[in-house]
Write a protein of this length. Structure first.
Length: 285
């Protein structure tokens, strides 16, 4: 007797007697609620139809007949009815024992085969016009040929690549190129730019006492003329510090009016970048 034929009983450490099985050298045949099971219960009942293996699956009586004929290389135009009927009935008896509902359709074809065989055993009769009687197998042969053509066509369709079985649809997101959208100019940005213009104006200003009437509309026209034909103009280029602070103020007010009437646009590429001015209706290059 080999050592592995006898179960080896071991004493597990404290606290592990509820975890480890007493038999450690046998392979468990199953696990029940996480515990290894080394012997099958003697009162275990396994239904006779618990496991069914279908070696050949047929889609109906015609499929079975066609299989029997093609498997034995019979001439479909001259079917040996005795051999085919005998093989067909043996298969029907097998499925009849397990599935009576499935066998009903096959039994109808079996009755048709027996009828054809019986008609072939009778002596041939001639019709009233003297012609020979039609072969009793003709109708069955016609149905078998039509079924075979449909089966071949269905197989060809099944061999074609199918979505979800042979390939999957690829989805790729392509980002469309959009026109650049510049950040909006906030009032704080305009205020900072205006303070810088005033600071530069004070450096070159002269003390003169004069009275001059300045027109906002006139300076609006001047700004539009300076922007005409140019794509972008820096904010500071539209001001001439040598003309003094009043002209700068009127020019700034004129620009605000133009922006309010959406005749010009103020853009900035990024934070703390220079501010540019352009005509609102000038097409992009």
């Amino acid at each position: 007797m080999k050592p592995q034929d006898n179960p080896v009983l071991v004493d597990p450490p404290d606290g592990l007697d509820a975890v480890l099985p007493a038999v450690v050298d046998h392979v468990a045949v199953a696990r029940l609620y996480g515990e290894p099971l080394f012997d099958l219960p003697r009162d275990l009942y396994i239904p006779p139809d618990a496991l069914q293996v279908f070696l050949e699956a047929f889609e109906g009586p015609l499929d079975l007949l066609l299989y029997l004929i093609r498997k034995q290389n019979f001439n479909i135009l001259d079917i040996p009815m005795a051999a085919v009927t005998r093989q067909y009935l043996s298969y029907v008896e097998e499925i009849r024992a397990s599935n009576l509902e499935l066998a009903a359709e096959y039994l109808l074809m079996a009755a048709m085969l027996i009828e054809i065989k019986s008609r072939m055993l009778l002596p041939p009769k001639k019709s009233d016009d003297g012609e020979d009687e039609v072969d009793p197998r003709a109708e069955l042969v016609r149905r078998l040929l039509e079924y075979e053509q449909m089966k071949i066509a269905a197989q060809r369709l099944s061999d074609l690549p199918q979505y979800g079985r042979d390939f999957l649809r690829a989805q790729v997101y392509v980002e469309q190129s959009l026109a650049p959208r510049f950040p909006d100019v906030t009032p704080a940005d305009l205020q900072a730019a205006w303070r810088d213009i005033l600071k530069r104006a004070r450096l070159v200003q002269h003390h003169r006492i004069s009275r001059e009437e300045l027109s906002v509309r006139e300076h609006m026209s001047i700004v539009l003329r300076r922007l005409q034909g140019r794509r972008f103009v820096e904010f500071g280029e539209l001001f001439d510090p040598s003309l003094g602070a009043p002209v700068l103020v009127v020019t700034f007010i004129a620009m605000l009016e133009l922006a309010k009437e959406t005749l010009i646009e103020l853009t900035q590429a990024e934070a703390f970048a220079p501010i540019y001015v352009r005509l609102a209706y000038t097409p992009n290059a």
